[in-house]
Design a protein around this ligand. Structure first.
Ligand code: SAM
Length: 262
């Protein structure tokens, strides 16, 4: 059975803190985003901003930013992150609860960012298209969209499956529980989709234990599948890899699309 949109968000609602700890942006990624911001200027719109790790970098570099995310839990974590920053930095950031495939801010931006696999949170081609149409409407005439995604590597799924072992435990900062997670993914090639579960095992301070099994699903997109989507929304994209201006070598995992209005 396919995971519904709300199932999809539940792992962020419950374990967003774990996402933030496992996925901090790398120094090379931050340099790449800030390099683009230096060329375009702000204000910057980040879609699916989550816990605000990039927003805080942009704000720290002096840019006004707006972050949109559908998960209240992730936005709470973003607010907590902002509270740890100097007030003059934090006040450059506005957080909005919203759907990246259906939003209207009534203004345009020189730089829009959709980072690190968040585009694939959208479960259908219609939603991907709707998201890019919204982006196009919000992009200034000479604006830039940065969209980064991990390459789907079929070789990582022998027999169509992959399973990761239990992670080292991390402590939930709110409950004090020790939490480990494992991930199982199955690839459905005929539907060009993958389905997975994230299993979280928590040991609470009173010794009680529980397990949450949270499903997710995602479309499988090859690098060449993105270009018609950009084109249909009135955007022209170039593909670089590895947070550098490198041409695609077919191997590097991090795909970095730089798109401008056609
Ligand atoms: C891979 S995480 C990215 C998090 C972010 N880059 C960070 O540093 O925390 C994906 C994010 O997409 C958000 N999301 C999923 N579907 C969404 C939608 N339709 N509109 C807006 N945000 C969405 C999730 O809540 C989650 O915060």
């Amino acid at each position: 059975m396919m995971a519904s949109a709300m199932d999809h968000l539940k792992r962020y609602e419950l374990f967003g803190w774990d996402y933030a700890q496992h996925n901090p942006p790398s120094a090379v990624a931050i340099r790449w985003y800030l390099g683009h911001a230096a060329r375009t200027g702000g204000p910057i719109l980040e879609l699916a901003c989550g816990t605000g790790s990039l927003l805080s970098e942009f704000a720290g570099a002096g840019y006004e930013c707006i972050g949109i995310d559908l998960s209240g839990g992730m936005l709470t974590l973003a607010r907590e992150r902002l509270e740890r920053l100097p007030p003059e930095t934090a006040e450059r950031v506005t957080l909005i609860t919203g759907d990246m495939a259906d939003f209207d801010l009534g203004r345009q931006f020189p730089l829009i960012v959709l980072a690190d696999n968040s585009f694939r949170e959208l479960g259908t081609h219609q939603e991907l298209e709707a998201c890019l149409f919204c982006i196009r409407r919000h992009l200034a005439g000479d604006g830039v969209l940065l969209l980064t995604e991990r390459r789907f590597a079929p070789a990582s799924y022998p027999g169509g499956e992959q399973e990761w072992p239990w992670s080292e435990p991390l402590v939930d900062p709110t409950t004090g529980a020790e939490v480990r997670r494992r991930i199982r993914i199955r690839v459905h090639r005929e539907e060009m989709r993958l389905e997975g579960v994230m299993i979280y095992h928590s040991v609470h301070p009173d010794g009680a234990e529980d397990t949450e099994t949270l499903p997710f699903t995602s479309l499988l997109l090859a690098p060449e599948d993105y270009f018609p989507l950009f084109g249909a929304a009135g955007l022209t994209a170039r593909l670089h890899v590895g947070y550098e201006d490198r041409e695609d070598d077919g191997e590097e995992r991090m795909l970095c699309f730089v798109a401008t209005p056609s």
